[in-house]
Design a protein around this ligand. Structure first.
Ligand code: SF4
Ligand code: SF4
Length: 145
C-alpha cells in the first residue's frame, strides 16, 4: 500500500512502519514542565543530552529507556491520549485519523523537509547538561504548539 501512513490505523503498522512514522522533529525530547494547579504543560528549549541535535535523532535509541528513565516509549494505544505530544506529532495526528503534513519525510521523501519547514528543534535547543533542573522554567518556549 503506497500511502499506508495515511490509511492504516496505528495498531495495524508493522515495526518498520511504526518507526518510519516519526517525523524526526525531536520535540518530544525537550523537557516539559507542568503547572501543579492547572495541569498545563509548558515546553522548554532544554533537550535531552542524548539527542543528536543536528540529526534530531536519539544518540542511543536502543538503550533510551535505561539512559533516560522518563523517556516515553510510544505505543499505538497511547498516542491519542498523551496531551503533551506536539500537535504536529505524526503519532498524535494518525491516532486522530488525520493525514500527515506535506513536510513529513514520508510524504516528501526527504528527511530534511521537517527541518526546512521549521518544525524540528534543530538549532533551537540547549542540552540539559548545561541547565540546572531548577532553572528549566527560564527556558520555557512558545514555539511548540
Ligand atoms: S514528537 Fe512525535 S513525530 Fe516528533 S520526534 Fe517525537 S515521536 Fe517523532
Ligand atoms: S533518550 Fe533519546 S529518545 Fe529519549 S528523550 Fe533522550 S534523545 Fe529523546
Amino acid at each position: 500500500m503506497s500511502d499506508w501512513w495515511n490509511t492504516l490505523p496505528l495498531q495495524a503498522l508493522d515495526a518498520e512502519q511504526w518507526e518510519a512514522l516519526c517525523d524526526g522533529c525531536a520535540k518530544c525530547c525537550l523537557h516539559k514542565l507542568q503547572d501543579e494547579e492547572t495541569g498545563e504543560i509548558f515546553y522548554t528549549k532544554v533537550r535531552c543530552r542524548y539527542l543528536d541535535e543536528e540529526s534530531c535523532r536519539c544518540g542511543d535509541y536502543a538503550h533510551r529507556s535505561q539512559l533516560m528513565p522518563n523517556c516515553i516509549q510510544l505505543a499505538p494505544d497511547m498516542a491519542g491520549d498523551l496531551q503533551w505530544l506536539p500537535v504536529t506529532c505524526a503519532y498524535r495526528l494518525r491516532a486522530k485519523g488525520e493525514p500527515l503534513p506535506e513536510w513529513h519525510p514520508l510524504i516528501s521523501g526527504d528527511p530534511e523537509t521537517v527541518h526546512r519547514a521549521g518544525v524540528s528543534i534543530r538549532g533551537r535547543a540547549i542540552s540539559d547538561e548545561y541547565v540546572h533542573p531548577d532553572g528549566y522554567d527560564e527556558h520555557i518556549v512558545r514555539w511548540v504548539e
